[in-house]
Design a protein around this ligand. Sequence first.
Ligand SMILES: NC(=O)c1ccc[n+]([C@@H]2O[C@H](COP(=O)([O-])OP(=O)(O)OC[C@H]3O[C@@H](n4cnc5c(N)ncnc54)[C@H](OP(=O)(O)O)[C@@H]3O)[C@@H](O)[C@H]2O)c1
Length: 293
Amino acid sequence: MKYRRLGKTGLQVSSVGIGTWQLGNHWGKQFEQDEVNNIFARASELGINLVDTAECYGHHVSENFIGQALASSRDRWIIATKFGHNRCSELPGEAHWQADQVRLQLEASLHALKTDYIDIYQFHSGTREQLDNDDLWTMLNKQVQAGKVRYLGISIGQPSQLYQVDRATALGVSVIQTIYNAINNKAAETVLPSCQRQDLGVLARVPLASGFLSGKYQPDAQFPVNDVRAERKPEVNQQQITQALAVLENVPANVEPASWACAWCLQHPAISSVIPGIKTIEQLQINAAGADL
Ligand SMILES: NC(=O)c1ccc[n+]([C@@H]2O[C@H](COP(=O)([O-])OP(=O)(O)OC[C@H]3O[C@@H](n4cnc5c(N)ncnc54)[C@H](OP(=O)(O)O)[C@@H]3O)[C@@H](O)[C@H]2O)c1
């Protein structure tokens, strides 16, 4: 494994981390705790030290799996989670961005993760209006002072949300998460330069273009009903798969496409870590190999 500095946080993160939307049972597979334990044990052996999760990957389901799996090795992991979309039992509706609501979500995430601090706490792809909320950032910066959160982050919904990135330093934010992969490199135009100017750490998400850069899907691929890819317009999946297959023609025959796709992202000096979502130990290993390409 190789390690990179996560911007001004100074943290050394593995250049390949783990994305865990999959653990929330949204990707056509139900997980059991034993399998998750085995995945994280193998990740440790591979030198991976960064995991990205969220309050809404299941109702704290992904966080719960991770909390259990890392209970005896919490200190060696950098845990990034998010806020904004969770349904708190006390609150109706699904999006909650007010300071007191986020405070409740933070406590719920700490409980699920079985920890008393979160390394990176990220604004989860909200709007400009939801971001521009002084009370929210005052509350969050107080959590940093209290030691419940080490660093604040913003996971932008789209690379067009440059405004949110440009606001980072003023809000006390030191990490940005963005879509970035070999078929969608829009972040390189404005988002990544802004991150470099502000010395922000960058987590590149969806590095495999939702699995399409693994090369295993053809444009007519069908996905099971409980897989997020089945909720997208078939023509969007089709177009992305076609683009991915075209890009993969450049991959040397002896290299796994998924390893290559992770390595492609890591060529950009602004990227601190890629966070491919995984469903098996085999996928984890292939992605981790991207660090050495
Ligand atoms: N708004 C946000 O903040 C936001 C949004 C999206 C994602 N994220 C984070 O970013 C992470 C990554 O994004 P993502 O999961 O959407 O997309 P991704 O990493 O591009 O793709 C993940 C999918 O690719 C397939 N895969 C993974 N490794 C593979 C390998 N080695 N070989 C073959 N197939 C492989 C798996 O599905 P199959 O095997 O079924 O194909 C997996 O579910 C998420 O898990 C989450 O932590 C955050």
